[in-house]
Design a protein around this ligand. Structure first.
Ligand code: ADP
Length: 666
């Protein structure tokens, strides 16, 4: 085993690797960018070296600099995590040349799978079933369009070098092929510096099932069963589970054997994942092999009781696989939910911002949280917006699902918009309980998963009022304590004694509604006039910032977080936002110019598709933005005339910047 390794990554995966190293007594060297100086992974490792400024290509992707740190710090090996340098054969080579062990497969194996096109050719040879498609070298758009016609629509265009859903476009009609091809190539060039694509049949309602494989240098190879990752948004996984529901023993053996065959065909060593796309009838086709640890590896760890990072370290150090195939078995069921800073209601656009408040469910052997962030950290535009992975285990799927729902209800993040409420809706959906899984799950259940925002309930309003009163009281008490005359009536904490009839009205903005609640101060409690009637309410803060309340005799615990004028009320797993405003300023700050179109997030303008004066129709593409390596098309909200264009191609835009303005037709 190694004495010391370098972890060439950040965030939750760097923390995850560091934890296993600590358990094994292996010392760790972290690397970090200027933006990550205070990051959790930096604190968890034994030492940490600065490798460059915030942008990944100048820090976490700077292979030379990272190798130099490895040499200078005396690390014997480098764990690349996932993403960044993990699937870069040049880097794997460079490590080898520098006499440092790359904790991953041989460069040749990464190379073999690096191109989806080349990988498919190899897999065909090894007798692994493939989706019908064209994965050859002829990249002439007309030739590709012909191939698409032959395959039959719908087709999927994929970047050969792709990953993370980038450079992937579904095309339903031949007339859209050329535009989508161009977009896929642009995305691919921007993300991977390579334009090659492949075209394949787009399977309707397939499942994504992948098999974890492991091989050692002595020629042993095993699989650690499958994971079902069918529930996806933007072709990206959001909830994963193991084992795959409905998987029979026979099929499991077949897929496991095909995956091991795939690994053997390329002389694989270490942890890898063979991804299959699976028809509802159970037939399965090779999609790609990821030559690294996967984000969702924890569900496999939960059902097998193995530590896959430990396996990686042992194999890289030249040891044999810790277990043979017949020593591996599935126990129970595990789920992973990815908690992202993103806005589900806005096509899951990544979100950024400071994590103002963070509370996580209690961890135990059945509830695990893999994360790289803490309260006060910033989710920045530079890196992946994943906040945490929530992993749960139980003896069977219904038990694990119940645990997952509970843990999600206990997960509180205030600051950037997150997908937690969405994950709650998803995991509470009857079709999810019934394991009716496929990659179109989210689209199919759109209505249930994206409910119209509800008006604040009386309970929410009562909690908001109590929180405000307690805050005002605490502030008055603080001032009294600091004052020369602690008995001055100006510091009174028992209601509004200067107010004739002891009442006070609070004004809230709830979405686009205004609500006022009048509270009468009574001895020991408040009488609140809520839309649904009057209620007696009282509460107190406990030491953790939680509020214990009594609402009309019902006792509850709630959390209310104030950020500026915004109150986030969290109670019983439900989160609601209210703005507590001063009626005099209403309408001033949020007067938005009609028809203006703003940047949903910081990014770069890729192309402007219209000119000022153009007549446009609703839904027409106006501008293409690139942010976090993905392209977003800004579309006309209504028929109208383009009045003004604020940016041209190549320019940077900040979040909320007005991109163009449209005068709607009368
Ligand atoms: P990436 O490497 O960019 O993540 P993958 O090839 O792994 O791309 O595919 C990601 C997802 O896209 C799959 O999990 C699946 O949901 C969908 N997908 C891929 N290929 C097909 C296909 N031929 N038909 C339908 N969906 C597909």
């Amino acid at each position: 085993m190694f004495e010391k390794i370098l972890i060439a990554n950040r965030g939750e995966i760097a923390c995850r690797v560091a934890q296993t190293c600590r358990r094994l007594g292996v010392r760790t060297v972290a690397v970090y960018s200027e933006a990550d100086a205070q990051a959790r992974h930096v604190q968890l490792c034994d030492e940490a070296w600065l490798v460059g400024p915030a942008p990944a290509r100048e820090s976490y992707l700077d292979a030379e600099r990272i190798l130099e740190v490895a040499r200078r710090s005396g690390a014997e090996a480098i764990h690349p995590g996932y993403g960044f340098l993990s699937e870069n054969p040049t880097f794997a080579h460079a490590c080898e040349a520098a006499g440092i062990t790359f904790i991953g497969p041989p460069a040749a194996a990464i190379d073999a799978m690096g191109s989806k096109s080349a990988a498919k050719a190899l897999m065909a040879e090894a007798g692994v079933p493939l989706v019908p498609g064209y994965h050859g070298d002829n990249q002439d758009p007309e030739h590709l369009a012909e191939a698409a016609a032959e395959i039959g629509y719908p087709v999927l265009i994929k970047a050969s070098a792709g990953g993370g859903g980038k450079g992937m476009r579904r095309v339903d009609r031949p007339e859209d092929f050329a535009t989508e091809l161009a977009a896929a190539k642009r995305e691919s060039a921007a993300s991977f510096g390579d334009e090659q694509v492949l075209v394949e049949k787009y399977l309707l309602q397939p499942r994504h099932i992948e098999v974890q494989v492991f091989a050692d240098t002595a020629g042993n190879a095993v699989h650690l069963f499958e994971r079902d990752c069918s529930v996806q948004r933007r072709h990206q996984k959001v909830v994963e589970e193991a084992p795959a529901p409905g998987m029979g023993e026979q099929r499991r053996r077949e897929m496991g054997a095909a995956a091991v065959r795939a690994a053997r065909a390329i002389g694989y060593v270490g942890a890898g994942t063979v991804e299959f796309i699976v028809h509802q009838d159970g037939s399965f086709y090779f999609m790609e092999m990821n030559t690294r640890l996967q984000v969702e590896h924890p569900v496999t760890e939960m059902i097998t009781g193995e530590d896959l990072v430990e396996w990686q370290l042992r194999v890289a150090a030249g040891e044999s696989l810790p277990r043979g195939q017949d020593q591996l078995a599935i126990h129970g069921h595990a789920f992973e939910a990815r908690i992202y800073a993103e806005d589900p209601a806005n096509d899951f656009l990544p979100a950024t911002g400071l994590i103002h408040h963070l509370r996580t469910p209690e961890e135990n052997p059945r509830v695990r949280i893999d994360t790289g962030v803490r309260e006060g950290d910033e989710v920045s535009i530079h890196y992946d917006p994943m906040i945490a992975k929530l992993i749960v285990w139980d003896g069977d799927r219904p038990g694990a699902l119940r645990r997952l729902r509970r843990a999600l209800a206990d997960y509180q993040v205030v600051g950037p918009t997150t997908n937690i409420t969405f994950l709650q809706a998803l995991t509470a959906h009857p079709a999810f309980s019934a394991a009716e899984l496929d990659t179109a799950f989210i689209d199919r259940h759109h209505e249930a998963l994206f409910p119209e925002p509800q008006a604040a309930s009386d309970r929410v309003l009562a909690l908001a009022c109590l929180a405000e009163f307690l805050r005002i009281d605490a502030e008055a008490a603080r001032r009294a304590a600091a004052s020369a005359d602690p008995y001055s009536p100006w510091h009174a904490t028992s209601g509004w004694v200067l107010n004739d009839d002891n009442h006070h009205t609070l004004h809230f903005r709830d979405g686009d509604r205004d609500i006022s609640v009048t509270a009468h101060y009574r001895e020991g409690h408040y009488l609140l006039e809520l839309p649904g009637g009057e209620i007696r309410a009282r509460g107190q803060l406990d030491g953790n910032g939680d509020m214990r309340v009594d609402l009309g005799g019902v006792r509850l615990t709630a959390t209310v977080v104030r950020d500026g004028a915004t109150l986030t009320i969290i109670c019983d797993g439900l989160t609601h936002e209210l703005v507590c405003h001063d009626p005099l300023t209403v309408g001033m700050e949020d007067e938005v110019r009609e028809g203006s179109l703003t940047a949903p997030m910081p990014g770069t303008v890729v192309s402007v598709l219209v000119t000022a004066g153009d007549q446009v129709s609703e839904g027409q593409a106006l501008m293409v933005l690139e942010a976090m390596k993905m392209e977003y098309t800004i579309k006309a909200p209504a028929d109208g005339v383009v009045e003004h264009i604020a940016f041209s191609a190549g320019e940077q835009v900040s979040e909320g910047a007005e991109l163009l303005a449209i005068a709607a037709n009368e």
